[in-house]
Ligand binder design. Structure first.
Ligand code: SF4
Length: 419
């Protein structure tokens, strides 16, 4: 099979994986003719997969052959799809070629499982090793690791990759058991825990080295730390392949963030696949549900919301018509309006339309003067959304303003489903 045909099959097979953002790694570049690649967003061409996702990495599978039979996966052993397999050196060459053509900023590599988890993981690690050691590649590398592979192999992956990820796949133990019975939840959690320890240990080692180097004239006494996934670890959950509701999904995310210090949890709306098992739904969940989960996830990580309070609805689902922060504010009318001049940071963060940066600026400004509605306009926050929920000098919202703005928000054009 021609390389071009293999690439078409393996890039298409990888499009269902959403966890490929390249944030958070160390800054590297190849200025001065040293090496190839950069992690600083230079020379990137974004492209869009057929399902609408933005791709800025060469995102491929090493192979879409797989001995496992996860029901939701288009690459499962029983799936009737064209198969292909790339050798490690072919992936290396493709990555370098695409980078030189300014098409990508790095590589996202995953794989179906062939022969054994260790055999597959060895090939995946070899790609990253060769890029870094043989070609001095300085671009971004994200490796999807195989939880059943040996800890030594996963540790080697961390020497070359910016980010490692292990997919939990389903939000619940029952869901994983029924749709991916060959996957071992405890192996997934064990691997995540090991990664967390290695990432934490490397960060701590780096942190300790800085002050020693910072002293004028003092030599660095600690050994140079081994790179270990500086962009951390992430995971992905499939949404809508079973009946798990948003409340449970967010509870799982909260546990994953807390226990394994994940950098990101990605939510991937289930895509119906050819010849699907009967246990799977025939239609995809609305993409808006995926979007609302990302917004709710953001509230947990940056806005001080607990996962339990974000989804109060009896059916356990996030509202699709308004964003989760607006939904919370409408459900807690007794907490509003919030006084911009007196409210604590935690409460300002709960005002619809106020982001973290805007809140910090308001807190700084009110140290020296009283705030007015015009201060919000100067910050370029969406005042139509904010003003019904706040009081400031010269401004007090009328009764019913909040509901009016929510109705307007709900009537705004919605993202269309691609399915
Ligand atoms: S192990 Fe991965 S590639 Fe194989 S069937 Fe399961 S989800 Fe698909």
């Amino acid at each position: 099979m021609e390389l071009r045909d293999k690439l078409a099959i393996l890039a298409d097979a990888a499009k269902y994986d959403a966890s490929c953002a390249s944030s958070g790694t160390n800054a590297r570049d190849s200025r001065g003719g040293r090496g190839i690649g950069s992690t600083e967003g230079m020379g990137i061409c974004h492209s869009y997969a057929p399902d609408g996702r933005c791709i800025s990495l060469l995102k491929i599978l090493l192979t879409n052959h797989c001995q496992y039979d996860c029901l939701y996966c288009v690459n499962r052993a029983s799936s009737n799809v064209p198969r292909a397999r790339l050798r490690a050196h072919e992936v290396v060459q493709l990555t370098l070629d695409f980078y030189r053509r300014n098409c990508i900023e790095g590589l996202f590599l995953s794989s179906g499982i062939v022969k054994s988890p260790d055999h597959t993981m060895e090939q995946v690690v070899e790609v990253a090793r060769s890029l870094r050691e043989d070609h001095d590649f300085r671009g971004y590398i994200h490796l999807k690791t195989i939880p059943d592979a040996s800890p030594e192999l996963i540790a080697r992956a961390g020497l070359y990759a910016d980010r490692l990820s292990i997919n939990v796949e389903m939000p619940t133990t029952e869901g994983l058991r029924s749709l991916a019975p060959e996957k071992d939840e405890s192996a997934i959690r064990r691997s995540m825990a090991r990664l967390r320890l290695q990432i934490d240990a490397t960060r701590e080692e780096r942190r300790r080295m800085v002050p020693i180097r910072a002293l004028p004239g003092a030599p660095a006494v600690a050994a140079k730390p081994q790179p270990f996934a500086p962009a951390g670890q992430s995971t992905q959950m499939i949404v809508g392949a079973d009946a798990t509701d948003d409340r449970r999904i967010l509870a799982t995310s909260a546990t994953l963030y807390g226990a394994y210090r994940l950098r990101r949890v990605y939510y991937s709306a289930f895509s119906p696949i050819p010849d699907a098992a009967r246990a799977l739904p025939l239609v995809a969940p609305p993409l808006m549900r995926e979007h609302r989960l990302y917004q709710a996830d953001w509230l947990m990580r940056f806005y001080g919301f607990e996962h339990q309070e974000i989804v109060p609805a009896a059916d356990g689902l996030l509202r699709l018509d308004v964003d989760p922060k607006m939904a919370w504010a409408l459900a807690h009318a007794e907490r509003f309006p919030v006084d911009l001049n007196r409210a604590p940071r935690e409460m300002l963060l709960r005002v619809p339309g106020l982001g973290v940066t805007a809140v910090e600026r308001l807190l700084q400004a009110r140290r020296v003067r009283r705030l007015r509605a015009d201060d919000l306009r100067a910050l370029r926050v969406p005042t139509r959304k904010v003003l019904p929920f706040v009081v400031a000098d010269g401004h007090r919202p009328a009764a019913g303003d909040a509901n009016r703005v929510a109705r307007l928000a709900a009537a705004a054009p919605r993202q269309a489903s691609l399915f």
